[in-house]
Design a protein around this ligand. Sequence first.
Ligand code: TRP
Length: 364
Amino acid sequence: MEKIILTGDRPTGRLHIGHYVGSLRRRVELQNSGEYDKIFIMIADAQALTDNFENPEKVRQNIIEVALDYLSCGLDPAKSNLFIQSQISELTELTFFYSDLVTVSRLQRNPTVKSEIKMRNFEASIPVGFFTYPISQAADITAFKATTVPAGEDQLPMIEQTREIVRKFNSIYDEVLVEPEALLPDNEACMRLPGTDGKQKMSKSLGNCIYLADTEEEVKKKVMGMYTDPLHIRKEDPGHIEGNCVFTYLDAFCRLEHFEEYLPEYHNLDELKEHYQRGGLGDVKIKKFLNNIMQEELAPIRVRRAEFEKDIPAVYEILKKGSEAAREVAAQTLSEVKRAMKINYFEDEELIRAQSAKYASEGK
Ligand code: TRP
């Protein structure tokens, strides 16, 4: 069986380093591993509109931001198909057909939907489109017969729901759809990178994100202002690692060679953590270390972004080409789905012949 990746992001803002360690960095590695036959990376504008329908301009503006973030991280249109969800109308048809296979109570039990409804205070006024977005996400994944969905932990309920739809479809109609597997970050810190203020989630409205497009100075300022351990007041005090952003970020970004390069008096992160916990290691020192690492990781991304920003029409062209190619694949799946659901009347000569025979014999 072919190995196929599909994943994507909602274009509601620039991508930040939470997206980066949680998924983007991995996608680029997977792309360059050569182990996958096809890779589809989708800008999920239609999904973004399910809870931003009053703000179409925001979604429209952020398509290019996300595309620039993709390209600058190293997603290569020669190897990965970058496309825009709304341009693939086959996805909405699939969503409609899959809706028959999902109950309202099952959607209500989807933990991601549940928590997002709470977060947005939707309660009784949930837009139907938002409520059913797990079904549309199943369409996104299955249209490309994806075997692998690299994503953050928060997407697990979506992938589980997709698997259920696939099993139900295949058992009722025909073995057309492929059950996808989630591919999670391999490191706990990458799974849920907190905001720079120590809050659980990075979010634009909290102003606690480091963006991929941030300048060197912005990154430095955010790192040096990071939340650490409120009990670690003087350098001599014993410090805490748990809930300390700097250490969580180091867990996500730091590699052994960074010590040789920027902090040769320690061999590895465990040594650094031990010293901090023992007391005698100041916050400024660990923040400077983290800043060096982050700058090293982000600088090439920033440079590539600046290059792509010089030719925006070319970026739109990449998305257009990608969308055209993606559409062909989705159309093929849709036609198989329709055949399995017996709604392919005009291409089914056997049906027309059988019906004529029936009426011919009744007429006698
Ligand atoms: N829900 C994803 C997010 O919030 C975006 C998305 C839409 C997606 N369709 C997808 C991710 C299919 C993986 C697979 O970022």
